[in-house]
Design a protein around this ligand. Structure first.
Ligand code: PGA
Length: 252
């Protein structure tokens, strides 16, 4: 076991309205609280519309709340965007940036992700910076090169390993039920730690690196017990309290 505190993060994506979102957050947070002093952080990232309500629902349980994206700007003429400072004011403590669905659907480049991560840090929050290769890139043997390029391009200047989290999410494993082998995950996470350490100028042993992509209760333990895997970023399975907590239990 490493000294890094594990982080189990749920990415609700564009799911849940007010009542069902509050019910889910309340159920998950109650189970987290029932553990007593937890040995890991538990985070839920609802749609921006629900951050306020979910923060209220989990108050006093120790469960954390985050956003799924944030603008590179603090405020101003950016119709439809969400400010990291506004998320912070609601009580969010983390923001996912550079998720592959944002990189693909909204053409976010590494430079854009880096600017967003910098804004999240400036707002006093922790960015979860997502990286990962496509199926074609893996088949071409480019996984480590792609991830290295994304890490170099997406980590803000002048930050530290403790201030950020990186999530390795192979694009082809997201929402598909497919996963890399544990050997593949171990290899990429070790490379992420090495590459990020070089960008950060040290402290890589303090960097939390999450695995994401079809994490379920029945495969969580296999990934979470790997040396360089410090938690999980969970999509589909974070929408059911039993499944999400089943995954969290793998580190409890
Ligand atoms: P999944 O999504 O768990 O549904 O594969 C993971 C993610 O996109 O963060």
């Amino acid at each position: 076991m490493t000294a890094r505190r594990p982080l189990i993060a749920g990415n609700w994506k564009m799911n849940m309205h007010k009542a069902d979102g509050i019910a889910l957050a309340t159920a998950v947070a109650a189970r987290y609280r029932a553990l007593g002093p937890a040995s890991f952080d538990l985070l839920m990232c609802p749609p921006a519309t629900l951050v306020d309500a979910v923060v209220t629902a989990v108050a006093g349980t120790g469960a954390l709340v985050g956003g799924q994206d944030a603008s590179a700007h603090e405020k101003g003429a950016h119709t439809g965007d969400t400010s990291a400072w506004a998320l912070a004011a609601l009580g969010a403590t983390y923001v996912i940036v550079g998720h592959s669905e944002r990189r693909v659907d909204h053409h976010e480049t590494d430079a854009a992700v880096k600017a967003k991560a910098a804004a999240v840090l400036a707002a006093g929050l922790t960015p979860i910076i997502c990286v990962g290769e496509t199926a074609a890139e893996r088949q071409a043997g480019e996984t480590l090169a792609v991830v290295a390029r994304q890490i170099k391009g997406s980590i803000p200047d002048g930050t530290t390993a403790e201030a950020i989290v990186i999530a390795y999410e192979p694009v082809w494993a997201i929402g598909t039920g497919l996963t890399p082998t544990t050997a593949d995950v171990a290899e990429v996470h070790a490379a992420v730690r090495r590459d990020a350490g070089a960008v950060l100028g040290g402290g890589a042993d303090k960097l939390r690196i999450l695995y994401g992509g079809s994490v379920k209760p029945d495969n969580a333990k296999a990934f979470l017990s790997l040396e360089d895997v410090d938690g999980a970023l969970v999509g589909g399975a974070s929408l059911k309290a039993d499944d999400f907590f089943g995954i969290a239990s793998a580190v409890a």
